[in-house]
Design a protein around this ligand. Structure first.
Ligand code: C2E
Ligand code: MG
Ligand code: MG
Length: 653
């Protein structure tokens, strides 16, 4: 509260007491003064009382006005009137004393003097809040009366006048002290209130800051929680979020379908388009995945369906249903697979994304079971990949056995070239016209200590998924060259046979492959013209061609022949045939063994293309004399097959 307002309130409160004291004194005086000798006394009493009443009314009015506007200092006219009322009262008293002095008896004079002195004494308190008015009031009460007594010529009164004046001075001093005391008290109260207000404002500010901080901490905690459980690129759950995903465990076990998705050849897509576009593809895929899984969940009645980016290009979907469905959901899964495989427009690129998915269905009521289920779905995905990618595979016990076998084989493969379990067999390739052996194809054999002989189609594919293909490939090249270098000049055509070495695309894209071949030829003493490198159609794929092309050209310049193996089984652009230095096409055995109309068309087409590009044509898989005759008549240059010679440890040269 403002100091002035507080002082004003103090003023008004004290004023009431002063007015009452004044009124009491006026009434007391009327009893003391003998009205018969002082005839104007009753008129004075009336005027004094009326003035008291007016002052009282004014004081009430001011107090009410102050209560209405507690914070507003009084208008000037209120203080003026109130002060004037007080001074008028004092002057009325001194008028009474001065005028009445000649008429009053001695005891009346003393009584009046005592009353006036008492009023002056009281005013030091009741008017303590009015610094000037209080002093004027005291002075107006006492000094004129003392002067009148001094001038009266009466010695007694003169002494009284001196005493009265001294008393007046003491009262004035006392009033000044009271005023200071009150003034200090009010100022201190004001300061105290200001301090309390500031303190409470500070407290409020601190509690505001605290609650704001609490809210921010809560928001930050939620953001951190989200970051810890979600993949920042796709906003899907991450591994941690997925494994700690808590769905309400019901009273009954729930049907759980886990779909493990692996994007096919995503690494190549990433390298071709750049990592930024690769990231955008992952985001586009994730969005479509979320949308399609929500649709699938609605179809099959799954209440929960957490979706997770398991890592890199792997995603996991878990669908949970209350009831064990009676109908088969396979068509829905296939629809999901088809929707996700449709093309994606990423910047200037239209990307056709293949995906291999493994599905495992089981009953569950908790996440630990989901972990086991995940392993099964992962196995099913490997199965899908092994079967040629771009498809769905369902987990079965057989898948598990196959997975275990693959794992054991993959492990054993890394050591195979050191433990003598690898051997090479050689299968002859003959000219179609004179049936003379011109080449032996080196075919790798592997005897696993537990599983026995393992087919190259199986273990080569496994080796290609790891670094093992490099070490095994080096071993084959070295062995094949070394053995071929020891072959004598073949009877019949007067030239030593060539050796054909199958080469994986993973070996071919290594930048130092041509150097390796050159070094091996030099180390084994085999003439480059006696080596044939057989490559599959994967070399024509645009993702490999750039890197393989330089290697193949270097090898060709060395004098090494390059043959395109398994011709007809791939689906690469044949127009690229021209860009690579091929010497021959090897028609895949599936077109020879079948020998139906369609197969013959492929053989004819191969012959046409080969003639156009000046290449020789070799047909593999000749099992019968009839097949041999047909191929001879069609104009195939060389033949290979069980009918003409099976793969064997020793060559006949
Ligand atoms: P490929 O290069 O097309 O080899 C020819 C395959 O056809 C061989 O199977 C051979 O035994 C088989 N074959 C030959 N004549 C006939 C026939 O008249 N009838 C039938 N049914 N089959 C015949 P193999 O030895 O099982 O090799 C399979 C594949 O494994 C090879 O196909 C080749 O792609 C791969 N492979 C074999 N050895 C190596 C190697 O050292 N390195 C690499 N990278 N791949 C190899
Ligand atoms: Mg071959
Ligand atoms: Mg072949």
């Amino acid at each position: 509260m403002l100091y002035k307002v507080r002082l004003w309130r103090e003023n008004l409160n004290n004023h009431t007491q002063g007015i009452w004291a004044n009124a009491a004194a006026i009434i007391g005086q009327s009893f003391i003064i003998d009205g018969r000798s002082v005839h104007w006394q009753s008129a004075w009493v009336s005027v004094a009382l009326v003035l008291c009443a007016l002052r009282y009314l004014l004081e009430r009015y001011c107090l009410r006005a102050l209560n209405r506007q507690a914070e507003t200092p009084p208008p000037g006219w209120q203080t003026m009137l109130l002060s004037a009322g007080a001074i008028a009262s004092a002057m009325l008293w001194s008028l009474n004393a001065v005028v009445g002095m000649p008429d009053y008896s001695a005891s009346e004079k003393f009584s009046v003097m005592i009353i006036i002195s008492a009023l002056a004494g009281g005013a030091t308190g009741t008017l303590a809040s009015m610094r000037i008015v209080g002093k004027l009031y005291i002075a107006s009460l006492l000094l004129p009366t003392c002067l009148a007594m001094w001038l009266s010529g009466d010695d007694h009164l003169a002494i009284l006048a001196v005493l009265g004046t001294i008393f007046a001075l003491i009262m004035l001093h006392s009033h000044q002290n009271n005023f200071r005391l009150l003034d200090n008290t009010l100022r201190l109260t004001d300061e105290k209130e200001t301090l309390i207000r500031q303190l409470s404002e500070n407290n409020r500010h601190i509690s505001d800051v605290n609650s704001h901080l609490e809210q921010r901490i809560q928001e930050r905690t939620q953001a951190l929680e989200f970051l810890a459980n979600h993949d920042p690129l796709t906003s899907l759950l991450n591994r941690r979020g997925f494994l700690s995903y808590s769905y309400q465990a019901g009273t009954v076990q729930r049907q759980q379908t886990l779909i493990f998705i692996d994007l096919d050849h995503f690494k190549d897509i990433n390298e071709d388009m750049g990592h930024d576009h690769g990231d955008r593809l992952l985001q586009a895929f994730s969005q479509r995945l979320s949308h399609e899984v929500a649709k699938l969940a609605a179809f099959i009645g799954a209440s929960d369906y957490p979706i997770c980016r398991w890592g890199g290009d792997e995603f996991v979907v878990c669908l949970l249903r209350e009831v064990n469905p009676s109908d088969d959901s396979t068509p829905h899964y296939r629809q999901l697979h088809a929707a996700l495989s449709a093309s994606y427009q990423i910047g200037p690129h239209q990307v056709h994304l293949g995906l291999s998915a493994g599905i495992f269905e089981s009953l569950t009521d908790s996440m630990p079971q989901t972990k086991q289920a995940l392993a099964c779905a992962d196995i099913a995905t490997s199965e899908a990949k092994k079967n040629g990618r771009g498809q769905i595979s369902f987990y079965s016990d057989n898948s598990y056995a196959m997975q275990r076998r693959r794992l054991k084989l993959a492990q054993a493969l890394t050591q195979a070239h050191q433990d003598d379990s690898l051997t090479l067999q050689f299968q002859p390739i003959l000219t179609a016209s004179s049936l003379q052996i011109v080449t032996y194809e080196a075919l790798l054999r592997w005897q696993h200590p537990d599983y026995g002989p393992v087919a190259p189609d199986e273990f080569i594919a496994l080796a290609e998924t790891s670094h093992a293909i490099q070490t095994i490939g080096r071993w084959v090249l070295e062995q094949a060259c070394r053995q071929a270098a020891s072959w004598p000049i073949g009877a019949g055509h007067g030239r030593p046979c060539k050796v054909a070495v199958n080469t994986s695309i993973r070996q071919l894209v290594q930048p130092d492959f041509a150097t390796l071949v050159g070094n091996t030829l030099a180390a084994t003493g085999l003439a480059p013209s006696r080596l044939i490198i057989e490559v599959t159609e994967s070399v024509l794929d645009e993702r490999n061609m750039g890197r393989a092309s330089a290697t193949l050209h270097t090898l060709h310049q060395l004098g090494v022949e390059i043959h395109l193996d398994d011709f007809g089984t791939g689906y690469s652009s044949l127009s690229r045939l021209r860009e690579l230095p091929f010497d021959a096409l090897k028609i895949d055995k599936s077109f020879v063994i079948g020998m139906d109309e369609k197969s013959l068309t492929v053989v004819e087409a191969a012959l046409l293309i080969a003639r156009k590009y000046g290449l020789r044509v070799i047909a593999e898989g000749v099992e019968t004399a009839a097949q041999m005759h047909t191929l001879q008549q069609m104009g195939v240059d060389e033949l290979q097959g069980f009918y003409l010679g099976k793969p064997a440890n020793n060559t006949t040269v």
